[in-house]
Design a protein around this ligand. Structure first.
Ligand SMILES: N[C@@H](CCC(=O)N[C@@H](CS)C(=O)NCC(=O)O)C(=O)O
Length: 227
């Protein structure tokens, strides 16, 4: 018996994307079960993963179900130290945990105004002040990670780590809502949305059935930035 991961719509469920990336980017095997959110199939999925209540939810090989993406990341890191979930260097690891935790708990304005929707890209979402403030904070955290730990590759800490899983949907929101960021942040956004794992996830999300009406916004659109 291996890992079972419950996820929601790939096009809309940002937390599911984070959970799935933790497996896919580290090569840890997992069996994925998707339920389209807000429908009866999703209710059945949640019942099967009770008492989790939200996605992603993870059934461990023992049968125990856990939830909360940060807890899933820490559990996988502890069980698979060789998988490289967090950076190897202790100082980089401490900062990576900080950034992931700040993301997990924060950026409410950005998350509220710019829901993740991988089926559409907006040319202008009229970002309010709170969104711009969140963006500035995100850019400063990304710049710090890249400056102090990013020399070995294009990810926040050089090599891919769980911090990048936590910021993948943030990058998708920036790309999908034409949010204004500087060239370094824009390069990191490109790294995220052109990564083969993200591209495969998005492609699968485009094919998962009709659009979810709750995510429709009345903003001008443009083509998805990276094809
Ligand atoms: N703090 C949770 C958030 C999980 C979450 O909000 N999941 C959303 C999908 S992105 C969900 O299950 N929504 C279904 C619902 O609210 O019924 C985590 O870190 O995993």
């Amino acid at each position: 018996m291996g890992y079972d991961l419950a996820i929601g719509d790939r096009a809309y469920s940002s937390w599911s994307l984070r959970g799935w990336l933790l497996f896919t980017k580290t090569g840890l095997p997992v069996s994925v079960r998707m339920g389209r959110m807000y429908g009866p199939e999703f209710q059945r999925l949640l019942e099967d993963f009770a008492p989790a209540g939200l996605v992603p939810a993870l059934r461990l090989p023992s049968g125990r179900v856990i939830a909360e993406t940060l807890a899933i990341a820490e559990t996988l890191a502890e069980r698979h130290p060789e998988a490289g979930i967090w950076p190897a260097d202790p100082e980089a690891r401490a900062v990576a945990r900080w950034l992931a935790a700040e993301m997990h708990a924060g950026f409410g304005a950005l998350r509220g105004h710019c829901a993740m929707n991988l089926r559409v890209a907006y040319a202008d979402c009229a970002p309010p002040e709170g969104v711009l403030k969140d963006l500035a904070r995100i850019e400063s955290l990304w710049a710090l990670a890249r400056r102090d730990f990013g020399a070995g590759g294009p990810w926040l800490f050089g090599r891919w780590s769980a911090a990048d899983a936590f910021f993948a949907p943030v990058a998708a929101r920036i790309a999908g809502h034409a949010l204004p960021v500087g060239p370094e942040a824009a390069a990191y956004v490109r790294t995220q949305i052109t990564d083969p794992a993200f591209v495969a996830w998005r492609r699968a999300g485009l094919a998962e059935g009709p659009d979810q009406p709750a995510y429709a916004r009345d903003w001008p659109t443009r083509p998805w930035p990276e094809g």
